[in-house]
Design a protein around this ligand. Structure first.
Ligand code: IPD
Ligand code: CA
Ligand code: CA
Length: 272
């Protein structure tokens, strides 16, 4: 395990540096689905990361967003999102990251998220805490949802079948506000860093959240699914918080999902 963090950090930093020239010259967008974008930068970053992982750890398995990855011959498996925030990236909006996590026998033991535009490297090792550029990270101490800043996202695939806009509306009414920055990896890293008090999303993939989940847990936060049950990499939803807010968030989600205590949408004709 000793060499894994240093190597993963180096690879994530190099992949992030590789993304920047593509970002500056605004790459052409291709479509995987109606609004699910991919660019040559996603592929270049993934090819780079997988090449480095194979060279350093030839017997490890890899699950990666664009190519699918490959199987291995050990207890280790990497989850790789070579560019989390592709829609932002393609539009020149500087919120995106490289995300890598290492699983050992069904447990995430290492998470690394690198934001190249801010040169921010978030890393966590199981049982050893979380850090941002070597500084220890801790979740926020906001204890009331009414005083919390929370964040969420919407999937690029099958958006019409995702109910999150209802949750977005209700949470926006009950908190200091909901942000939708467009990178689930950074959303989770920001909860770990205390910049956000909570995050939720429906239908994320393991490569979106594996590293960020460990960051939140190692920074003292809490991660479950939307119903408050233990979160697994293939759970259909995720809620991450500073821990103090967790029961309030789950309670509100339960109310919304069961249709009680809903705050009505105002009419557009209502005077402002
Ligand atoms: C997306 C981002 C976004 C989230 C979407 C993800 P991608 O990942 O994390 O914040 O809302 O659900 O698919 O496609 O940019 O790697
Ligand atoms: Ca992603
Ligand atoms: Ca991606």
């Amino acid at each position: 395990m000793k060499e894994f963090p240093g190597t993963a950090i180096q690879i994530a930093r190099q992949a992030g540096a590789l993304l920047l020239p593509y970002f500056r010259r605004r790459v052409t967008v291709e479509y995987k689905d109606d609004v699910d974008l991919v660019t040559e930068a996603d592929r270049a970053s993934e090819t780079f990361i997988l090449g480095k992982l194979r060279a350093n750890f030839p017997d490890h398995a890899v699950v990666a967003e664009e190519s699918g990855g490959y199987s291995g011959n050990s207890v280790y498996r990497w989850y790789v999102d070579p560019l989390d925030g592709t829609t932002n990236f393609a539009h020149g909006f500087p919120v995106f990251a490289v995300s890598m996590a290492l699983e050992q026998e069904d447990e995430i033991v290492l998470g690394v998220i690198y934001d190249p535009t801010r040169d921010e490297l978030f890393a966590a090792e199981k049982g050893s805490g979380a850090r941002l550029n070597e500084e220890p990270l801790h979740v926020s101490r906001v204890a009331r949802l009414e005083e919390a800043l929370v964040t969420t996202g919407f999937p690029s695939r099958k958006r019409h079948s995702n109910p999150n806009i209802h949750l977005y509306h209700q949470l926006n009414m009950r908190s200091h506000g909901v942000r939708r920055p467009g990178s689930a990896a950074l959303d989770l890293a920001y909860v770990a860093a205390g910049r956000m008090d909570g995050f939720w999303e429906i239908h994320l993939k393991p490569w979106d959240l594996a590293a960020g989940k460990l960051l939140v847990q190692e920074a003292g936060g809490c991660v479950t699914d939307l119903l408050g049950q233990p979160h697994h990499l293939d759970s259909p939803s995720i809620v991450a918080s500073n821990g103090l807010l967790h029961n309030q968030l789950i309670g509100v989600f339960q109310e919304i999902l069961s249709g009680v205590n809903q705050i009505e949408l105002p009419s557009l004709r209502q005077p402002i």
